[in-house]
Ligand binder design. Structure first.
Ligand SMILES: C[S@@+](CC[C@H](N)C(=O)[O-])C[C@H]1O[C@@H](n2cnc3c(N)ncnc32)[C@H](O)[C@@H]1O
Length: 448
């Protein structure tokens, strides 16, 4: 049993705090102890666009199975308790999460000033080197926002404690870099759920494991005004159950090809991190955690993950090549979009496998007989076109699909409900999803 953390300067609490789980405690120990311990159970938080939580929970259960010791859906993500060596491959395999965080600590707090003592007493020196740049982001829940008000100030107070800690222990102070930090910390401050209410708020302190969002797969070239977030595209393909049987998938508003690329990776069972893993095997360092002391100093974990990455890249390259042509189809009115989609597909060697053409979705006929599924993201009046134009487009599209795509299924991403009110088809699925600032729905139809 490890001793509790002593918070000598913990102002008005004047008490010794226990970490939420004994196992989580090892994360704040000097590297000597971290390496020697066999215990590596940790708590993680995976964030995702709102609406994807239950699909993410399902994906996580499927991947981690018995190695999970806890799993709770929360607003905009899931909390996962498991062993770090099992979690890392999942972190790099999730198609739905936006970011992955490892929990470093959890404390009750009364006011923002408490953050200084907490951070000054935290052993940051076993997590990062003072030469590494860092940033701190704070997220409040509604109650914390109302009472504590200033999340920037929260980050600043915590940063002051961190910097003073380093100055005391090493004689040097690390530098903040908001744009390109090597280490990103996250503070989540929420209303305390503890019934004994030692303090009104609970602070949970995390490190961002990858730095770049997990939804950034590395295949997207810039130049399109409304590309779909990769994890929302993957969710649509998963809700459509694509890959369960041999069938065609069509995206007639293909844009940059996101839906087709995510479908190809699902079909080939290639992790969405494929391109980043390939970068890593070529000597680049695509994820922050590769620079984190906890990872660098755990040689067993390091070589285990790099073996896993090598296998995924070798197998992935082969299985992407095996996707038959004639399965994945895309078209768009805009020739520039087609060029972008081609370029993105080529990053994964898919430019010959996926069939692209220029054309109007409202006249495009199915590329083959059913079974097949249309998964698509027509312009819905926020970033492209007006709401009226979109409503008309959705109506015309639904009529075209109803008349010409018999035996297919269709999954459409739609914005404002007014847009799809005129569709005379019965939905087989209706999933609310938050796409950035926009409340959307994924609507599923069986076309008889
Ligand atoms: C919201 S974007 C799709 C974004 C795409 N999912 C991606 O991730 O890049 C809509 C696309 O539909 C295309 N478009 C608009 N009206 C169309 C029509 N009638 N037929 C075919 N494409 C159309 C636009 O050129 C644009 O590329």
């Amino acid at each position: 049993m490890l001793p509790p953390v002593s918070l000598k300067n913990f102002g008005h609490y004047n008490m010794r705090l226990q970490w939420p789980q004994d196992d989580a405690f090892i994360t704040c120990l000097p590297r000597r102890i971290f390496n020697n311990t066999q215990r590596s159970m940790k708590q993680f938080f995976l964030s995702c666009p709102k609406g994807l939580e239950s699909l993410l929970e399902e994906e996580c259960r499927k991947f981690l199975g018995e190695s999970l010791t806890g799993l709770r859906a929360s607003d905009g993500g899931i909390k996962v308790d498991t062993d770090i060596k099992n979690f890392l491959p999942y972190l790099l395999s999730t198609r739905l999460a936006s970011r992955g965080y490892m929990q470093l600590g959890q404390w009750p707090i009364n006011r923002l000033q408490d953050l200084y003592d907490l951070s000054r007493n935290f052993e940051f020196e076993s997590w990062m080197d003072w030469r590494q740049t860092f940033k701190i982001t704070t997220l409040f829940d509604l109650k914390a926002k109302y009472v504590l008000n200033n999340s920037l100030l929260a980050s600043q107070i915590f940063k002051d404690g961190l910097v003073d800690r380093f100055r005391d222990v090493t004689g040097n102070r690390p530098t903040v870099d908001v744009k390109h930090s090597q280490i990103s910390f996250l503070l989540r401050i929420e209303e305390s759920r503890n019934t004994s209410k030692i303090a009104p708020f609970m602070l949970t302190f995390y490190v961002d494991m990858t730095g770049i969002p997990l939804s950034n797969r590395g295949y997207r070239a810039p130049g399109h005004e409304a590309p779909l977030r990769e994890n929302i595209a993957a969710a649509m393909v998963m809700w459509a159950n694509f890959g369960e049987q041999a069938e065609i998938l069509v995206d007639p508003f293909v844009g940059t090809g996101t839906i087709l690329i995510e479908s190809a990776m699902i079909l080939a069972k290639v992790p969405p991190s494929f391109l980043k893993l390939r970068d890593w095997t070529k000597g680049r360092r695509p994820y922050d955690m590769l620079e984190h002391l906890w990872f660098q100093n755990n040689s067993a974990l390091n070589s285990q993950l790099s073996d896993w990455a090598n296998t995924q890249v070798t197998m992935g390259e082969k299985s992407l090549l095996k996707i038959p042509s004639g399965i994945l189809w895309g078209s768009d009115l805009d020739p520039n979009a087609i060029l972008l989609a081609k370029k993105n597909l080529a990053r994964l060697g898919l430019d010959r496998t996926v069939r692209l053409s220029e054309g109007n979705a409202l006249t495009m006929m199915p590329p083959g007989p059913p079974p097949g599924v249309v998964v698509t993201n027509p312009p819905y009046g926020e970033r492209m076109g007006t709401p009226e134009e979109s409503a008309e487009l959705f109506f015309n599209l639904s009529e075209h699909l109803k008349n010409n795509y018999k035996g297919y299924r269709a999954y459409l991403l739609a914005g404002d409900p007014k847009m799809h009110k005129g569709i005379h088809l019965k939905t087989s699925c209706k999933k609310p999803v938050r796409n950035g600032d926009i409340e959307c729905r994924v609507l599923g139809y069986n076309l008889f």
